[in-house]
Write a protein that binds this ligand. Structure first.
Ligand SMILES: *[C@@H]1O[C@H](CO)[C@@H](O)[C@H](O)[C@H]1NC(C)=O
Ligand SMILES: *[C@@H]1O[C@H](CO)[C@@H](O)[C@H](O)[C@H]1NC(C)=O
Ligand SMILES: *[C@@H]1O[C@H](CO)[C@@H](O)[C@H](O)[C@H]1NC(C)=O
Ligand SMILES: *[C@@H]1O[C@H](CO)[C@@H](O)[C@H](O)[C@H]1NC(C)=O
Ligand SMILES: *[C@@H]1O[C@H](CO)[C@@H](O)[C@H](O)[C@H]1NC(C)=O
Length: 443
């Protein structure tokens, strides 16, 4: 009797010890995995986000593989999510490019608008005759440049046959809403309360309109299959003619604000806001996806920006007295990116919104001299990053590239050469000639 009992007790003891041993091993491996990940993301912080790479498969889809652990030995788990694909060129597909154009800063933005327009018409040379990609511009005035470029005013797309068009919609900037918060068009919806709050807290932030137009102008773009929300200092490539986000997800470009400090701070802020968090970093300002999802993201982005401006920046920061002193750490200038970061991380987890980081596809640099870069890596969209290496938007606007012979660039397919050629062409052309590049698109 006693010996059986003792046997039972020691059997239990052995099982308990064994159990504790297993648990400690588990904890130990979790710690090891975590440390590896931490070192990895730390060392890659500002340069290349996401520990991600692009892979191609036979169907010419591009997928995103995320390595969850280090790649030494075979302890890595690779999760592959498709990112983009080529829909049939035999059926119709509607897309729109959304831009905000600040009329009052023409000297800065007209050159950018011209080259963006040029890249739009260049891209369409390769696009299926059944597809339509419109250029939508929100701006406060139907200025003569838009008339000269054949942009129509306050008209939405009504069918899938209409030729590709540039469409201008009237918009009163947040900073100009001193008295009125009324819509400027039957396609604009203004939430008065939100408009007033935005005026109160964000009127001094110059990029607020580029996201607020998306929030207020849903009726101008809800008929498209996909929209691209982007900035003007960008270039579409030929690849954009063929690819859309896979399975109606949203593709988010690459953003350069994600330092270790900012990642932690933004995570802490999400907690303060009671928002969920998906640990996605380096999220850019260009979004490519279904209209209703992008509209939803714009709504949450503005909410986050209002929270940030009131809780996370000091008065000198809001008044820009710090300049770029703290960049790339906490910096008021990229408030829009921080807002998008919080919105995207929240919506991925709280609503299971399908958002993928296309950090090799959108917001790609314009300084690479690799002639195969665009085709090999399927870059869809290039964005001017700060710097003086060609192509530099600052050097371009300062006239530093005026002497370059454009004919030498025809065969230069590198991001740098492509951006340089389109920008110089758009500058050399009259508005009439630029418009002609649109009229030449046979659809
Ligand atoms: C890891 O696994 C893959 C296929 O499962 C194999 O091709 C590769 O050689 C392995 N690598 C190592 C370091 O064992
Ligand atoms: C775009 O069209 C041109 C002219 O038709 C062609 O040479 C080029 O290969 C096409 N680009 C791609 C990426 O298919
Ligand atoms: C595509 O989206 C549908 C609907 O959300 C989902 O059920 C399906 O699993 C997705 N497919 C892939 C391959 O992600
Ligand atoms: C988050 O939730 C807490 C507790 O429910 C609440 O006190 C706090 O006000 C909430 N914060 C925000 C920003 O809604
Ligand atoms: C914006 O989001 C809030 C919830 O956070 C919601 O109450 C509101 O209806 C949304 N606005 C629009 C126009 O969708």
């Amino acid at each position: 009797m006693t010996s059986v009992l003792q046997l039972n007790i020691s059997g239990r003891l052995i099982r308990r010890i064994f159990f504790l041993f297993i648990i400690s091993m588990l904890i130990l491996s979790v710690i090891i995995l975590y440390t590896k990940n931490f070192h990895k993301s730390f060392s890659q912080s500002t340069v290349n986000f996401g520990i991600s790479q692009i892979q191609y498969n036979v169907h010419k889809q591009v997928s995103y593989s995320q390595q969850l652990t280090g790649n030494k030995g075979n302890n890595s788990i690779t999760k592959k999510l498709p990112l983009i694909y080529q829909p049939s060129s035999q059926s119709s597909l509607l897309r729109a490019l959304l831009l905000f154009y600040p009329n009052d800063q023409e000297s800065d933005f007209l050159p950018e608008f011209r080259w963006f327009y040029r890249s739009w018409t260049e891209m369409m040379i390769n696009e299926s005759i059944l597809w339509r990609t419109d250029l939508i511009v929100y701006t406060s005035e139907y200025a003569s440049i838009f008339k000269d470029l054949d942009c129509i005013y306050n008209q939405i797309r009504i069918n899938s046959e209409e030729k590709p068009k540039c469409r201008v919609f009237p918009y009163i900037r947040i900073k100009s809403r001193t008295t009125t918060h009324e819509p400027s068009s039957k396609y604009q919806t203004i939430d008065k309360q939100r408009s007033q709050t935005t005026y109160q807290y964000l009127r001094a932030y110059e990029y607020i309109d580029s996201i607020n137009t998306v929030f207020e102008y849903k009726a101008s773009f809800s008929m498209y299959d996909f929209i691209l929300r982007t900035d003007m200092d960008c270039f579409l490539t030929y690849n954009f003619a063929y690819y859309v986000p896979y399975n109606y997800s949203i593709l988010v470009g690459r953003g350069g604000y994600s330092t270790e400090f900012n990642n932690k701070r933004l995570k802490r802020i999400a907690r303060d806001m009671n928002w969920t968090y998906a640990n996605k970093n380096g999220l850019g300002s260009t979004w490519y996806g279904p209209p209703s999802m992008i509209h939803h993201m714009a709504n949450y982005t503005i909410q986050a920006m209002i929270h940030l401006v009131t809780n996370e920046f000091t008065t000198p920061e809001r008044e820009r007295k710090l300049g770029v002193m703290l960049w790339p750490e906490w910096h008021f200038g990229v408030l829009l990116l921080y807002g998008g970061h919080l919105a995207i991380n929240h919506l991925i987890t709280s609503e299971n919104l399908k958002i993928a980081v296309g950090d090799q596809l959108l917001d790609q640099g314009v300084t690479s001299k690799d002639k195969n870069d665009i085709s090999k890596n399927l870059r869809l969209h290039l964005h001017c990053w700060h710097g003086d290496d060609p192509f530099s938007k600052f050097q371009f606007k300062a006239g530093k590239y005026n002497e370059i012979d454009r004919s030498t660039l025809i065969s230069d397919t590198s991001p740098s050469g492509y951006a340089m050629r389109l920008a110089l062409e758009s500058k050399a052309m009259t508005l009439q000639q630029l418009k002609q590049t649109l009229l030449d698109i046979k659809k």
